[in-house]
Design a protein around this ligand. Structure first.
Ligand SMILES: Nc1nc2c(ncn2[C@@H]2O[C@H](COP(=O)(O)OP(=O)(O)OP(=O)(O)O)[C@@H](O)[C@H]2O)c(=O)[nH]1
Ligand SMILES: [Mg+2]
Length: 317
């Protein structure tokens, strides 16, 4: 992306944050009694160090974000990491948001000078197009090398993004076999690993990275909801209560995908005060165990059992 594009995105980011914050802060934040959400385990600190060491070997950074939260999964150090390199932006988990949300974000990113590659790494949608774009980046690289009398070589691409956004799943899809571990929790990939794709592409799978301090607690809440940070970082019940508040705020928002009467239809308990809802749902489904009910609600969202729900949307023009 050009510098102008970067500045435009920063501006749009700030506006989107403001608008989302305005919409959501009051209603959806963690209660003031809940401890702050923080997660920066040792393996991520270590991964970031070896990432910095390996960055010099990389021509292309494939940045992967989560379609449910494209802003909260944007890393503040990204511009530093992609300096002097080619950059492709993948928005993965496209199946987990509505077509309307995807369209709105697509326009928003394009207005900021970026082309998003929409993928579903679980079934492979968009992966072929991503592969073509990465190989094209390699052709440019090799044209430059040829100009300097150097032999062609495969383009070296780093998969970069927050934990659990689907980096390893994308690599497995790209090479069409299970070469790296991929599972439904944050922190699966523990060390860096090169994987070759044909003659043209070397892919570097890396552990998810995230900022050492989660200053924006609303973004941290969204990361927790999407399982993009470890469960040790938060109290499940507090996050489930905040999620219930968030659902109420999102229900009237076009494109968010929260169907009217969703909670009642799925759990037989109509939406109401979040504490009261959790208590009623627990007494109906988990023998009064509110912790277990909170976990069930979060799992249902994460497995898309509540339908495709976009937790973040760009500001309306
Ligand atoms: N529905 C859906 N699930 C996906 C998609 N991409 C990945 N997943 C699933 O999400 C889970 C996490 O994927 P991983 O590939 O392990 O994520 P990662 O980014 O490598 O995670 P870390 O190694 O922990 O940083 C896996 O269970 C995948 O099957 C997608 O586009 N849609
Ligand atoms: Mg991984």
């Amino acid at each position: 992306m050009s510098e102008a594009g970067g500045a435009a995105e920063a501006q749009l980011n700030a506006e989107a944050q403001l608008s989302n914050e305005h919409q959501l802060t009051a209603a959806a934040q963690l209660s003031s009694a809940a401890p702050a959400i923080q997660w920066y385990p040792g393996h991520i600190a270590k991964a970031e160090k070896s990432l910095a060491e390996n960055l010099a070997k990389v021509d292309l950074v494939i940045e992967v974000r989560d379609a449910r939260i494209p802003l909260a999964t944007g890393h503040p150090r990204l511009q530093r990491w992609i300096k002097g390199k080619q950059h492709l932006l993948v928005i993965n988990r496209r199946d987990m948001v509505s077509a309307e949300a995807r369209h709105a974000w697509d326009q928003w990113f394009r207005a900021a000078g970026q082309t998003p590659w929409w993928c579903d790494a679980k079934v492979g949608t968009g992966v072929k197009q991503l592969q073509t774009a990465a190989i094209r980046a390699g052709e440019q690289l090799n044209a430059r090398r040829a100009g300097r009398g150097m032999k062609p070589r495969p383009v070296r691409a780093l998969m970069l993004g927050f934990p659990n956004v689907g980096k390893s799943a994308l690599i497995n899809r790209l090479v069409r076999r299970k070469v790296v571990d991929s599972a439904r929790r944050a922190g699966v990939t523990r060390s860096l690993r090169w994987v070759r794709l044909g003659q043209d592409l070397d892919l570097l799978d890396a552990p998810g990275v995230l900022p050492p301090r989660l200053d924006d607690q609303l973004a941290a809440l969204r990361l927790a909801l999407c399982d993009d940070i470890g469960q040790a970082a938060y109290e499940g019940e507090a996050v489930a209560l905040a999620f219930l508040r968030l659902l109420t705020v999102l229900e009237p928002v076009a494109g968010a995908g929260v169907a009217a009467g969703l909670l009642e239809r799925r759990y037989g308990i109509a939406a109401q005060d979040p504490n009261a809802w959790l208590e009623a749902a627990a007494s109906r489904h988990t023998s009064g165990d509110e912790g277990r009910m909170a976990q069930r609600l979060l799992d249902d969202f994460r497995r898309a059992q509540l339908g495709p729900i976009a937790l973040e949307l760009p500001p309306s023009p």
